[in-house]
Design a protein around this ligand. Structure first.
Ligand SMILES: C[S@@+](CC[C@H](N)C(=O)[O-])C[C@H]1O[C@@H](n2cnc3c(N)ncnc32)[C@H](O)[C@@H]1O
Length: 380
């Protein structure tokens, strides 16, 4: 059975492994920023179309050890590239490396490309050309110390590009991270979910897509494997069937922000994603947001401080904590932030604190359980 590697963000390996189990993948193993699994071609297509927390699905071609640039070149040349592409096809090379052997990723990508095209030129007198945008074959090289894995990238563009985002908005969450946060939170899908700092709406949209059983690949127009020689469109059409639920229970997902512009953008994204009616939008400071009655869940991604002074940020986090204590008894509230100092100002004890990465930023995703009844009951 072919082996595949699904790449993800640090901290999401566990939820990705669960998604793979649910899809019926074989031999699911959790690695760092990745999960390996086995399956047939149908499984490869399913993984690309249905996984919410994967960035890429790679198909390893060859693994080995190298000591220098010459060995790298020979290693790549020793692969029979004829199996995967022809001289009239195009290629692109992506490199991820953590090794003392080499310093410049671009240079190593160039070397790998040379090894592939030289093989064709020597055999046929002509060579495939490079297309960085939509190549027939996207090659992925992962070099860790002396270990190298060359893979075919079956996804092409990263899977977080669902196709609903038109503009970034300030500091949006990666779609894969937003979906991962909803999964990490354990939101059961039948109690209210609130993001009262929704920005461009990513958390609410990903949650709505989950609740409606809308696959993340629904809007996507292209996958790398569709350029491959062994692509079976009929098989992909069987996999890409959407059986969305037509509606949700009213008042399930709430998205709100102080910025009218952010809310407009979030609504536009939700419309593109086909989930506009599943989300109740409002524009207000979070202190004015009226939550539905408990139980429920809050997931927020407050500003981290790139554009705001620390003192103001600490006040903002204090005020978030106060609001949670005041109006959210019976809720679980999750906050993602990379600003550890500001997080202390929430003034509640988090458990658990999960480490996740938002781009390059190491963040904590903290849960605060706001027990019902901890507030003083009014005297009757
Ligand atoms: C880091 S962004 C959220 C990004 C969002 N998760 C996304 O994917 O686009 C933080 C958001 O908090 C909002 N915000 C800041 N202060 C607020 C307040 N007092 N009440 C409500 N929203 C606020 C900002 O307008 C901004 O959209």
């Amino acid at each position: 059975m072919p082996e595949y590697v699904a790449k993800t963000l640090f901290g999401l390996e566990g939820v990705l492994a669960e998604e793979l189990q649910a899809l019926g993948a074989g031999d699911v193993k959790t690695l760092t920023r990745a999960v390996s699994f086995t399956g047939d071609k149908r499984m490869l297509y399913k993984a690309n179309y249905h996984l919410r927390t994967a960035l890429k699905i790679l198909v390893p071609v060859k693994e080995g050890e190298i000591k220098n640039e010459q060995e790298l070149y020979q290693f790549v040349r020793s692969i029979n590239w004829d199996r995967y592409m022809g001289v009239n096809d195009t290629l692109a090379v992506d490199v991820a490396m953590k090794t003392p052997l080499f310093t410049h990723t671009q240079y190593i990508a160039q070397k790998i490309k040379d090894a592939v095209v030289d093989q064709f030129r020597d055999k046929y007198g002509s060579r495939p050309s490079v297309d960085l945008d939509k190549p027939s074959l996207r090659i992925n090289a992962f070099i860790s110390d002396r270990n190298i894995v060359i893979s075919r990238d079956s996804s092409g563009d990263s899977l977080h590009r669902r196709g609903y985002r038109v503009r970034q908005g300030p500091a949006p969450l990666n779609e894969v991270l937003a979906a991962g946060l909803v999964k990490l939170s354990g939101w059961p899908g039948n109690i209210p979910l609130i993001d009262f700092m929704c920005g461009s709406g990513t958390i609410a949209i990903e949650a709505a897509m989950m609740a409606l059983d809308l696959p993340p690949g629904d809007l996507r127009e292209h996958y790398g494997f569709q350029q491959w020689r062994d692509y079976e469109p009929a098989l992909f059409n069987q996999v890409a069937v959407v059986e969305r639920k037509t509606s949700l229970t009213a008042d399930l997902i709430f998205a709100s922000d102080i910025s009218a512009e952010a809310v407009q953008l979030a609504q536009r994204h939700a419309r593109n994603a086909g989930v506009l009616r599943a989300i109740r939008f409002s524009t207000c400071p979070f202190n004015d947001f009226q939550p539905p009655s408990a139980p429920g869940m809050v997931i927020i991604n407050p500003p981290y401080g790139e554009r705001i002074v620390q003192q103001n940020l600490e006040d903002l986090y204090t005020s978030i904590g106060n609001q949670l204590k005041k109006s959210y008894a019976g809720f679980d509230a999750w906050i993602i932030s990379n600003n550890a100092e500001a997080m202390k100002h929430v003034g509640l004890r988090p458990s658990p604190k999960i480490v996740v990465y938002n781009g390059q930023l190491e963040c904590r995703f903290n849960r605060y359980s706001l027990y019902a009844g901890s507030k003083k009951q009014p005297k009757s």
